[in-house]
Design a protein around this ligand. Structure first.
Ligand SMILES: [Zn+2]
Length: 388
Protein backbone atom coordinates (compact mmCIF):
# COMPACT_ATOMS: atom_id res chain seq x y z
CA UNK A 1 0.00 0.00 0.00
CA UNK A 2 1.00 3.56 -0.48
CA UNK A 3 1.72 5.91 2.32
CA UNK A 4 1.22 9.61 2.18
CA UNK A 5 3.44 11.80 4.28
CA UNK A 6 1.73 14.51 6.30
CA UNK A 7 4.93 16.54 6.28
CA UNK A 8 5.31 16.39 2.52
CA UNK A 9 1.63 17.26 2.07
CA UNK A 10 2.00 20.29 4.33
CA UNK A 11 5.11 21.31 2.48
CA UNK A 12 3.31 21.32 -0.86
CA UNK A 13 0.15 22.95 0.47
CA UNK A 14 2.00 25.75 2.26
CA UNK A 15 4.02 26.58 -0.85
CA UNK A 16 0.75 26.75 -2.82
CA UNK A 17 -0.87 29.10 -0.30
CA UNK A 18 2.16 31.43 -0.45
CA UNK A 19 1.56 31.99 -4.18
CA UNK A 20 -1.24 34.51 -4.59
CA UNK A 21 -3.83 33.25 -7.07
CA UNK A 22 -6.79 35.56 -6.53
CA UNK A 23 -9.09 35.44 -9.51
CA UNK A 24 -8.48 38.68 -11.49
CA UNK A 25 -12.11 38.72 -12.61
CA UNK A 26 -13.08 39.08 -8.93
CA UNK A 27 -10.11 41.14 -7.74
CA UNK A 28 -9.14 43.80 -10.26
CA UNK A 29 -5.40 43.99 -10.87
CA UNK A 30 -4.54 40.68 -9.21
CA UNK A 31 -1.97 38.49 -10.93
CA UNK A 32 -4.01 35.45 -11.94
CA UNK A 33 -3.16 31.76 -11.64
CA UNK A 34 -0.08 31.76 -13.92
CA UNK A 35 2.60 31.62 -11.23
CA UNK A 36 0.81 28.88 -9.28
CA UNK A 37 0.14 26.88 -12.47
CA UNK A 38 3.83 26.96 -13.34
CA UNK A 39 4.73 25.93 -9.79
CA UNK A 40 2.32 22.96 -10.03
CA UNK A 41 3.74 22.07 -13.43
CA UNK A 42 7.31 22.05 -12.06
CA UNK A 43 6.20 19.96 -9.09
CA UNK A 44 4.49 17.39 -11.30
CA UNK A 45 7.47 17.35 -13.66
CA UNK A 46 9.73 16.47 -10.72
CA UNK A 47 7.32 13.62 -9.92
CA UNK A 48 8.00 12.23 -13.40
CA UNK A 49 4.73 13.26 -15.05
CA UNK A 50 4.38 14.56 -18.60
CA UNK A 51 3.46 18.20 -18.06
CA UNK A 52 1.79 20.64 -20.42
CA UNK A 53 0.09 24.00 -20.07
CA UNK A 54 -2.94 25.67 -21.57
CA UNK A 55 -2.43 29.41 -21.84
CA UNK A 56 -5.75 31.23 -21.46
CA UNK A 57 -4.25 34.72 -21.79
CA UNK A 58 -3.63 37.41 -19.15
CA UNK A 59 -1.54 35.06 -17.01
CA UNK A 60 -4.46 32.66 -16.67
CA UNK A 61 -3.00 29.17 -17.08
CA UNK A 62 -4.02 25.51 -16.67
CA UNK A 63 -1.30 23.02 -15.68
CA UNK A 64 -1.82 19.41 -16.74
CA UNK A 65 0.22 16.43 -15.57
CA UNK A 66 -0.21 13.00 -17.15
CA UNK A 67 0.94 9.70 -15.67
CA UNK A 68 0.92 7.28 -18.59
CA UNK A 69 -0.33 3.76 -17.92
CA UNK A 70 0.91 0.70 -19.73
CA UNK A 71 -2.31 0.50 -21.77
CA UNK A 72 -5.63 -1.27 -21.67
CA UNK A 73 -6.92 0.45 -18.52
CA UNK A 74 -9.41 3.22 -17.87
CA UNK A 75 -8.28 6.83 -17.73
CA UNK A 76 -9.07 8.94 -14.67
CA UNK A 77 -9.10 12.74 -14.53
CA UNK A 78 -8.44 14.60 -11.28
CA UNK A 79 -9.54 18.22 -11.37
CA UNK A 80 -9.07 21.15 -9.01
CA UNK A 81 -9.05 24.91 -9.38
CA UNK A 82 -6.04 27.07 -8.59
CA UNK A 83 -7.84 30.40 -8.27
CA UNK A 84 -9.14 31.79 -5.00
CA UNK A 85 -11.54 34.55 -4.07
CA UNK A 86 -10.05 37.81 -2.74
CA UNK A 87 -7.87 38.11 0.35
CA UNK A 88 -8.99 41.55 1.43
CA UNK A 89 -10.62 41.73 4.83
CA UNK A 90 -9.22 38.43 6.07
CA UNK A 91 -8.42 38.35 9.76
CA UNK A 92 -5.63 35.79 9.34
CA UNK A 93 -2.48 36.15 7.24
CA UNK A 94 -3.92 35.04 3.89
CA UNK A 95 -0.62 34.24 2.16
CA UNK A 96 1.56 33.03 5.03
CA UNK A 97 0.10 29.69 6.08
CA UNK A 98 0.09 28.69 9.73
CA UNK A 99 -0.41 25.20 11.13
CA UNK A 100 -2.30 25.16 14.42
CA UNK A 101 -4.17 22.26 16.06
CA UNK A 102 -3.88 20.28 12.87
CA UNK A 103 -5.46 23.07 10.81
CA UNK A 104 -3.73 24.85 7.97
CA UNK A 105 -4.87 28.49 7.80
CA UNK A 106 -4.65 30.65 4.68
CA UNK A 107 -6.67 31.86 1.69
CA UNK A 108 -7.54 28.93 -0.53
CA UNK A 109 -6.50 26.34 2.07
CA UNK A 110 -9.96 24.79 1.92
CA UNK A 111 -11.18 26.22 -1.40
CA UNK A 112 -9.29 24.52 -2.81
CA UNK A 113 -5.52 24.29 -2.59
CA UNK A 114 -5.99 21.54 0.02
CA UNK A 115 -7.91 19.44 -2.50
CA UNK A 116 -5.38 20.11 -5.26
CA UNK A 117 -2.53 19.13 -2.91
CA UNK A 118 -4.46 15.94 -2.05
CA UNK A 119 -4.83 14.83 -5.67
CA UNK A 120 -1.19 15.56 -6.46
CA UNK A 121 0.00 13.72 -3.33
CA UNK A 122 -2.21 10.75 -4.21
CA UNK A 123 -0.49 10.36 -7.57
CA UNK A 124 2.94 11.04 -6.09
CA UNK A 125 2.47 8.22 -3.57
CA UNK A 126 1.74 5.78 -6.41
CA UNK A 127 4.78 6.91 -8.38
CA UNK A 128 7.05 6.79 -5.30
CA UNK A 129 5.84 3.28 -4.47
CA UNK A 130 6.66 2.16 -8.00
CA UNK A 131 3.06 1.12 -8.70
CA UNK A 132 2.40 0.60 -12.42
CA UNK A 133 -1.08 1.26 -13.76
CA UNK A 134 -2.84 0.12 -16.91
CA UNK A 135 -4.83 3.32 -17.39
CA UNK A 136 -3.66 6.94 -17.53
CA UNK A 137 -4.02 9.49 -14.76
CA UNK A 138 -4.59 13.10 -15.83
CA UNK A 139 -4.15 15.80 -13.19
CA UNK A 140 -5.76 19.08 -14.26
CA UNK A 141 -4.96 22.16 -12.16
CA UNK A 142 -7.26 24.78 -13.62
CA UNK A 143 -7.89 28.52 -13.63
CA UNK A 144 -11.06 30.51 -13.04
CA UNK A 145 -13.54 28.20 -11.31
CA UNK A 146 -14.57 31.04 -9.01
CA UNK A 147 -15.75 33.15 -11.93
CA UNK A 148 -16.36 31.81 -15.45
CA UNK A 149 -14.71 28.34 -15.43
CA UNK A 150 -12.66 29.13 -18.54
CA UNK A 151 -10.05 26.70 -17.22
CA UNK A 152 -12.11 23.51 -17.17
CA UNK A 153 -13.92 24.54 -20.36
CA UNK A 154 -10.51 24.55 -22.08
CA UNK A 155 -9.56 21.19 -20.51
CA UNK A 156 -12.54 19.34 -22.00
CA UNK A 157 -11.66 20.60 -25.48
CA UNK A 158 -8.37 18.68 -25.37
CA UNK A 159 -8.69 15.94 -22.76
CA UNK A 160 -11.18 13.24 -21.89
CA UNK A 161 -11.37 10.38 -19.40
CA UNK A 162 -13.56 7.48 -18.31
CA UNK A 163 -14.16 8.99 -14.89
CA UNK A 164 -13.33 12.11 -12.93
CA UNK A 165 -12.88 13.38 -9.38
CA UNK A 166 -13.12 17.05 -8.47
CA UNK A 167 -11.51 17.60 -5.08
CA UNK A 168 -13.60 20.59 -3.93
CA UNK A 169 -14.13 20.46 -0.15
CA UNK A 170 -16.90 18.00 0.79
CA UNK A 171 -15.86 17.02 4.35
CA UNK A 172 -14.71 13.67 2.93
CA UNK A 173 -18.21 12.88 1.68
CA UNK A 174 -18.82 11.48 -1.81
CA UNK A 175 -20.94 14.01 -3.70
CA UNK A 176 -22.76 12.77 -6.80
CA UNK A 177 -25.22 15.61 -7.44
CA UNK A 178 -25.53 19.36 -7.32
CA UNK A 179 -27.82 22.00 -8.72
CA UNK A 180 -27.28 24.21 -11.72
CA UNK A 181 -28.59 27.71 -12.40
CA UNK A 182 -30.08 29.93 -15.08
CA UNK A 183 -29.92 33.74 -15.25
CA UNK A 184 -32.69 35.76 -16.90
CA UNK A 185 -33.76 39.34 -17.40
CA UNK A 186 -37.39 40.52 -17.66
CA UNK A 187 -38.25 43.95 -19.01
CA UNK A 188 -41.70 45.49 -18.53
CA UNK A 189 -42.53 48.38 -20.80
CA UNK A 190 -44.65 51.23 -19.51
CA UNK A 191 -45.50 54.65 -20.87
CA UNK A 192 -44.00 57.81 -19.47
CA UNK A 193 -46.45 60.56 -18.58
CA UNK A 194 -46.78 63.44 -16.12
CA UNK A 195 -47.68 62.15 -12.66
CA UNK A 196 -51.09 63.79 -12.87
CA UNK A 197 -51.99 62.21 -16.24
CA UNK A 198 -53.15 58.75 -15.22
CA UNK A 199 -55.11 58.44 -18.44
CA UNK A 200 -51.84 58.68 -20.46
CA UNK A 201 -49.31 56.85 -18.28
CA UNK A 202 -48.62 53.14 -17.93
CA UNK A 203 -46.80 52.28 -14.70
CA UNK A 204 -44.09 49.71 -15.55
CA UNK A 205 -43.06 49.26 -11.92
CA UNK A 206 -46.54 48.42 -10.66
CA UNK A 207 -46.94 46.02 -13.56
CA UNK A 208 -43.64 44.37 -12.66
CA UNK A 209 -45.32 43.75 -9.30
CA UNK A 210 -47.53 41.24 -11.07
CA UNK A 211 -44.43 39.47 -12.35
CA UNK A 212 -43.01 39.36 -8.82
CA UNK A 213 -46.28 37.88 -7.57
CA UNK A 214 -46.00 35.27 -10.34
CA UNK A 215 -42.46 34.38 -9.21
CA UNK A 216 -43.69 34.07 -5.63
CA UNK A 217 -46.34 31.65 -6.81
CA UNK A 218 -43.79 29.69 -8.85
CA UNK A 219 -41.51 29.43 -5.81
CA UNK A 220 -44.11 28.59 -3.20
CA UNK A 221 -46.71 26.61 -5.09
CA UNK A 222 -44.91 24.88 -7.94
CA UNK A 223 -41.23 24.42 -7.14
CA UNK A 224 -41.95 23.13 -3.62
CA UNK A 225 -43.76 20.15 -5.12
CA UNK A 226 -40.75 18.78 -6.96
CA UNK A 227 -38.14 17.32 -4.62
CA UNK A 228 -34.83 15.68 -5.50
CA UNK A 229 -33.74 12.99 -3.01
CA UNK A 230 -30.29 14.54 -2.48
CA UNK A 231 -30.88 18.19 -3.37
CA UNK A 232 -34.32 19.15 -2.13
CA UNK A 233 -36.17 21.57 -4.38
CA UNK A 234 -35.24 24.08 -7.03
CA UNK A 235 -35.74 27.78 -6.35
CA UNK A 236 -36.12 31.17 -7.96
CA UNK A 237 -35.25 34.60 -6.62
CA UNK A 238 -35.36 38.16 -7.84
CA UNK A 239 -31.76 39.38 -7.74
CA UNK A 240 -31.82 42.99 -8.97
CA UNK A 241 -34.51 45.43 -10.03
CA UNK A 242 -34.48 48.90 -11.54
CA UNK A 243 -36.88 51.33 -13.14
CA UNK A 244 -38.34 54.80 -13.06
CA UNK A 245 -36.82 58.23 -13.59
CA UNK A 246 -38.50 60.90 -11.44
CA UNK A 247 -41.07 61.19 -8.69
CA UNK A 248 -43.71 62.93 -10.82
CA UNK A 249 -43.34 60.72 -13.86
CA UNK A 250 -44.99 57.40 -14.74
CA UNK A 251 -42.10 54.91 -15.15
CA UNK A 252 -41.63 53.83 -18.77
CA UNK A 253 -39.70 50.69 -17.93
CA UNK A 254 -38.83 48.28 -15.18
CA UNK A 255 -36.15 45.63 -15.42
CA UNK A 256 -35.73 42.60 -13.22
CA UNK A 257 -32.82 40.16 -13.17
CA UNK A 258 -33.43 36.81 -11.62
CA UNK A 259 -31.79 33.51 -10.87
CA UNK A 260 -33.39 30.09 -11.03
CA UNK A 261 -31.51 27.27 -9.27
CA UNK A 262 -32.30 24.13 -11.25
CA UNK A 263 -32.40 20.42 -10.38
CA UNK A 264 -31.05 17.56 -12.50
CA UNK A 265 -33.59 17.12 -15.30
CA UNK A 266 -34.26 20.86 -15.50
CA UNK A 267 -32.49 23.27 -17.84
CA UNK A 268 -32.57 26.64 -19.53
CA UNK A 269 -35.77 25.75 -21.39
CA UNK A 270 -37.47 24.84 -18.10
CA UNK A 271 -36.84 28.33 -16.79
CA UNK A 272 -37.80 30.00 -20.08
CA UNK A 273 -41.09 28.15 -20.12
CA UNK A 274 -41.90 29.17 -16.54
CA UNK A 275 -41.24 32.84 -17.25
CA UNK A 276 -43.17 32.77 -20.54
CA UNK A 277 -46.16 31.27 -18.73
CA UNK A 278 -46.14 33.95 -16.04
CA UNK A 279 -45.96 36.75 -18.64
CA UNK A 280 -48.70 35.20 -20.77
CA UNK A 281 -51.03 34.80 -17.81
CA UNK A 282 -50.56 38.47 -16.89
CA UNK A 283 -51.12 39.79 -20.44
CA UNK A 284 -54.22 37.65 -20.75
CA UNK A 285 -55.84 39.58 -17.88
CA UNK A 286 -54.21 42.94 -18.54
CA UNK A 287 -54.12 44.20 -22.15
CA UNK A 288 -51.82 47.11 -21.17
CA UNK A 289 -49.15 44.72 -19.90
CA UNK A 290 -46.14 44.63 -22.24
CA UNK A 291 -43.09 42.59 -21.33
CA UNK A 292 -40.20 40.65 -22.83
CA UNK A 293 -37.47 38.48 -21.40
CA UNK A 294 -34.15 36.93 -22.22
CA UNK A 295 -32.39 33.99 -20.64
CA UNK A 296 -28.70 34.50 -21.07
CA UNK A 297 -26.66 32.16 -18.93
CA UNK A 298 -26.91 28.55 -17.85
CA UNK A 299 -24.83 26.23 -15.70
CA UNK A 300 -26.03 22.66 -15.91
CA UNK A 301 -26.68 20.58 -12.80
CA UNK A 302 -24.67 17.46 -11.91
CA UNK A 303 -26.05 14.00 -11.33
CA UNK A 304 -23.92 10.90 -11.64
CA UNK A 305 -25.37 7.40 -11.73
CA UNK A 306 -24.20 5.49 -8.61
CA UNK A 307 -23.56 2.52 -10.93
CA UNK A 308 -20.83 4.39 -12.80
CA UNK A 309 -17.40 2.76 -12.42
CA UNK A 310 -15.90 5.91 -10.87
CA UNK A 311 -18.56 5.97 -8.13
CA UNK A 312 -18.04 2.28 -7.39
CA UNK A 313 -14.25 2.70 -7.26
CA UNK A 314 -14.30 5.65 -4.88
CA UNK A 315 -16.96 3.98 -2.74
CA UNK A 316 -14.95 0.83 -2.22
CA UNK A 317 -11.83 2.91 -1.47
CA UNK A 318 -13.81 4.96 1.04
CA UNK A 319 -15.10 1.76 2.61
CA UNK A 320 -11.59 0.30 2.93
CA UNK A 321 -10.35 3.49 4.58
CA UNK A 322 -13.26 4.21 6.90
CA UNK A 323 -14.71 0.75 7.56
CA UNK A 324 -18.16 2.03 6.68
CA UNK A 325 -20.41 2.37 3.66
CA UNK A 326 -20.48 5.90 2.24
CA UNK A 327 -23.73 7.85 2.08
CA UNK A 328 -23.88 9.69 -1.24
CA UNK A 329 -24.48 13.41 -0.83
CA UNK A 330 -25.76 16.34 -2.84
CA UNK A 331 -24.54 19.91 -2.43
CA UNK A 332 -26.34 23.10 -3.33
CA UNK A 333 -23.42 24.98 -4.90
CA UNK A 334 -22.24 24.58 -8.49
CA UNK A 335 -18.82 23.15 -9.44
CA UNK A 336 -16.66 22.39 -12.50
CA UNK A 337 -17.70 18.72 -12.12
CA UNK A 338 -20.82 19.62 -14.11
CA UNK A 339 -18.65 20.72 -17.07
CA UNK A 340 -16.72 17.43 -16.98
CA UNK A 341 -19.94 15.41 -16.75
CA UNK A 342 -21.50 17.40 -19.59
CA UNK A 343 -18.42 16.55 -21.69
CA UNK A 344 -19.07 12.86 -21.06
CA UNK A 345 -16.77 12.25 -18.07
CA UNK A 346 -18.80 10.81 -15.16
CA UNK A 347 -17.50 12.83 -12.22
CA UNK A 348 -17.80 12.78 -8.44
CA UNK A 349 -16.72 15.41 -5.94
CA UNK A 350 -14.63 14.38 -2.97
CA UNK A 351 -12.44 16.64 -0.87
CA UNK A 352 -11.14 17.45 2.59
CA UNK A 353 -12.70 18.89 5.75
CA UNK A 354 -12.25 22.49 6.70
CA UNK A 355 -14.10 25.75 7.24
CA UNK A 356 -14.39 29.33 6.10
CA UNK A 357 -14.63 29.09 2.36
CA UNK A 358 -14.73 32.65 0.97
CA UNK A 359 -14.70 33.91 4.62
CA UNK A 360 -12.37 35.99 6.79
CA UNK A 361 -10.84 32.91 8.41
CA UNK A 362 -10.24 29.86 6.22
CA UNK A 363 -8.59 26.58 7.08
CA UNK A 364 -8.33 22.97 5.98
CA UNK A 365 -7.64 20.03 8.28
CA UNK A 366 -4.23 18.61 7.38
CA UNK A 367 -5.08 15.02 8.38
CA UNK A 368 -8.17 15.27 6.19
CA UNK A 369 -6.08 16.37 3.19
CA UNK A 370 -3.95 13.25 3.75
CA UNK A 371 -7.06 11.02 4.11
CA UNK A 372 -8.48 12.50 0.91
CA UNK A 373 -5.21 11.74 -0.87
CA UNK A 374 -5.27 8.18 0.49
CA UNK A 375 -8.84 7.55 -0.75
CA UNK A 376 -7.93 9.01 -4.15
CA UNK A 377 -4.76 6.90 -4.43
CA UNK A 378 -6.78 3.72 -3.76
CA UNK A 379 -9.46 4.86 -6.20
CA UNK A 380 -6.87 5.37 -8.94
CA UNK A 381 -5.43 1.89 -8.33
CA UNK A 382 -8.88 0.33 -8.56
CA UNK A 383 -10.16 2.42 -11.48
CA UNK A 384 -7.05 2.40 -13.66
CA UNK A 385 -6.07 -1.14 -12.57
CA UNK A 386 -2.62 -2.05 -11.32
CA UNK A 387 -0.58 -3.91 -13.92
CA UNK A 388 1.57 -6.90 -12.98
ZN1 LIG B 1 -13.93 25.89 -4.98
Amino acid sequence: MTSISQKETYNLLSQMIRINSENPMLVTGSQGEGELARFMGKYMENMGLEVSYQDLGNNRVNAIGVLKGSGGGKTIMLNGHLDTVGIEGMTIDPLEPTLKDGKVFGRGSQDMKGGVAAMVMAVKSLVDAGIKLNGDVIITCVADEEYGSIGTEEIVKEYTADGGIVTEPTDEQIVIAHKGFVWSKITVEGKAAHGSRYEDGVDAIVKMGKVLAGLDELENQILVKKQHPLLGRGSVHASMIQGGSELSVYPSFCQLELERRILPGENLETSQKEIAEILERISHNDPAFKASFETWFERVPLEVDPNEAIVKSISSSYQQMNQQTPQYQGVSFWTDAAILAQAGIPTVIFGPKGKGLHAAVEYVELSSVVNTAEVIARTIMDFCAVSD
